[in-house]
Design a protein around this ligand. Structure first.
Ligand code: GTP
Ligand code: SPV
Ligand code: MN
Length: 590
């Protein structure tokens, strides 16, 4: 098959990689439905994908990964830059030369008997001044088909790129899915990514975390913009005005759910509505009007399946009813559909679990993997924003940070100002989830939900945030923190969450517009109890007051943890954040 471009930088890279991996065949992904259909048929014939019931789930497929390959591997993810200091204390670092040698040795001849797929893709709407291009080379049809949902792929991307060398090089080799030789390596100085021995989502869909966050965060620092692990939503009020919010929560902490929220009935009747612009990643830049404008670089949702149902997130569930790839969920053998924990209360009787084994729902064993996922096209989403394809993006009024904290963090609070908001983001902590391998439920610091995704020294990243605030001045978004996950003594969530989070978003927008007062506390501004609407909720005023409380003793302990975390950064920690920590300590001591 002939090349789809005459761009010399791309052709040279492709030739170099071809000589290295030594494929039997080469295929350029042109983005046509005919070609993708051919690949779907081939994947079904080899068993790589299972075609699901086409009447109930048209265009849908199921894929099972290897059992040792079900989540991102943070301990095997590396930033490979010249100086170790530039990767910083929160990243694994490898010398670039050493990394290339090791990875090329693993990749050598690994495509023997296989096809090399060359995927030209765009992160962001093709032609947007905020978008960027990449080439991913892979030997996995599953990766091609997922990239075709998650990004804009094909010839149109190359046409817009022309002869430019401003694109990200990505090589993915499945190899033997050997967990001992699995490496996800980033070369920010070369605009390059190499991923070997995995076939799972965030490790291999190189446009997503590898490019759109790790490489792009580095580009953003150098070019004066931001790449963040944030959803983007538009909140429409009864007058029809839409305000945009960007929110950073760690993996599996509620971004997809918040981005697609359906307001409670009372709000709906008044005319409130939420539009989804993005559910995982935001690229943001100062616009000509001085405000911060954001695009979602992705074109689909790689969402957590368990817990998704018609009550918690109908928009997500509806998005998965056609042209979707399911990974590591239960297969219902009676009607060839899919199931996962939390979909409904009727687990299938005749079914295979995520490993493809006969599964008895009464065994007590989970059928779907806790990190099982759906890959669904954004156009499927009933509440997709009319601005989704906008080349200039949407203006952001508020930035919201949040995590899973059983105690300490209140339901919502507003930072004192932008720099204090950067401090609030920098001290984020959350209980770990199944989205990455390792222990689940352990509280760890995860600044701006970027701990696993920042492509350079996080101290410099904090400084970049502060610079962005200075650049935006009084047009900078207001910064908030939320926590949907406070628990009672029995470990139950106190706040109902999901659609009812609308009640908190409304307070946030009212604060941005100066429409509501708040109570000043040591950590920032907390709502007056009467200003969060709890009508229709099974929640008393006292309970609400409880989750809005700022416990000085817990927060004093928290400052010890922050101190310890900040110490890692040495001189790289901006003085302004040290001052913020001291200010917080003083206010707590009062
Ligand atoms: P990634 O795709 O890994 O980045 O995850 P995410 O941040 O998009 O998380 P998602 O919305 O998929 O939610 C993950 C889990 O959190 C699901 O099991 C949800 O049911 C649960 N969850 C989401 N929102 C809420 C909420 O408001 N309250 C409670 N209690 N749970 C929630
Ligand atoms: C996350 O873990 O934050 C995800 C899933 O969104 S992955 O693509 O695997 O990174
Ligand atoms: Mn994510």
């Amino acid at each position: 098959m002939s090349a789809l471009t005459s761009n010399k930088t791309i052709l040279e890279y492709v030739e170099e990689m071809k000589a290295l991996v030594n494929p039997d065949k080469v295929m350029w992904i042109d983005g046509s439905e005919e070609q993708l259909d051919e690949l779907r048929a081939e994947a079904v014939s080899t068993g790589e994908m299972i075609k699901l019931n086409q009447e109930k789930l048209p265009g849908c497929y199921l894929h099972r990964t290897a059992v040792n390959d079900v989540a991102r591997v943070e301990d095997r993810t590396f930033i490979c830059c010249e100086k170790e200091e530039d990767a910083g204390p929160t990243n694994n670092w490898m010398d670039p030369k050493k990394a290339y040698d090791m990875l090329y040795a693993i990749a050598k001849n690994s495509y023997k008997g296989r096809t090399m797929y060359i995927i030209p893709y765009s992160m962001g709407p093709v032609g947007s001044p905020l978008a960027k291009a990449g080439i991913e080379i892979t030997d996995s049809i599953y990766v091609v088909l997922n990239m075709a949902i998650m990004t804009r792929v094909g010839k149109k991307v190359l046409d817009v790129l022309g002869d430019s060398n401003d694109w990200v090089r990505g090589l993915h080799c499945k190899c033997d899915i050997d967990a001992e030789k699995r490496y996800i390596c980033h070369f920010p100085q070369d605009n390059a990514i190499i991923s070997v021995n995995s076939g799972y989502g965030g490790n291999v869909l190189l446009g997503k975390k590898c490019f759109a966050l790790r490489i792009a965060s580095y580009q953003g620092k150098n070019e004066g913009w931001m790449a963040e692990h944030m959803l983007i939503l538009g909140l429409q009020n009864p007058k029809g005005e839409v305000k945009y919010i960007a929110a950073a929560f760690p993996s599996a902490c509620g971004k997809t759910n918040l981005a697609m929220l359906i307001p409670p009935e009372g709000y709906r009747n008044k005319g409130y509505k939420v539009w989804c612009v993005g559910d995982d990643i935001a690229w943001m830049r100062k616009g000509p009007d001085g405000r911060l404008w954001a695009i979602n670089p992705e074109n689909g949702f790689f969402g957590v399946a368990p817990g998704t149902n018609m009550k918690s997130n109908p928009n997500a569930l509806i998005s998965t009813q056609k042209n979707t790839i399911f990974t590591n969920v239960v297969q219902n053998l009676d009607d060839n559909t899919v199931w996962w924990e939390g979909l409904d209360k009727n687990p299938p009787k005749n079914a295979l679990n995520w490993k493809g084994e006969k599964w008895d729902s009464e065994s007590g064993e989970k059928g779907a993997h806790p990190n099982s996922r759906f890959t669904a096209p954004a156009v499927n989403c009933p509440c997709i924003s009319p601005e989704f394809e906008s080349l200039t993006g949407v203006p952001i009024s508020a930035i919201v940070f949040g995590g899973r904290r059983a105690k300490t963090a209140p339901l919502v609070y507003q930072s004192r100002d932008f720099v204090n908001g950067v401090f609030v983001g920098s001290i984020m902590a959350s209980e770990t989830t199944a989205a990455a391998t390792g222990a689940v439920g352990v509280v760890r610091r995860d600044p701006m939900a970027m701990l696993p995704f920042c492509g350079y020294n996080m101290g410099d990243y904090f400084a970049h945030w502060i610079e962005m605030g200075e650049m935006l001045g009084d047009k900078a978004p207001k910064i908030f923190n939320v926590n949907w996950f406070r628990t009672d003594d029995e470990g139950h969530f106190i706040w109902p969450g999901f659609g009812d989070n609308m009640r908190v978003l409304n307070w946030i927008i009212d604060r941005c517009e100066g429409k509501v007062d708040a109570k000043e506390t040591a950590i920032g501004y907390v709502p007056n109890v009467d200003d969060i609407d709890i009508e229709g909720l099974d929640l008393t005023k006292e309970e609400l007051a409880g989750i809005l409380e700022v416990d000085k003793e817990l927060w004093s302990k928290e400052t010890d943890g922050i101190e310890e975390f900040y110490a890692k950064f040495g001189d790289k920690l901006p003085q302004a954040l040290r001052d913020e920590l001291n200010g917080l300590k003083e206010r707590l001591a009062k």
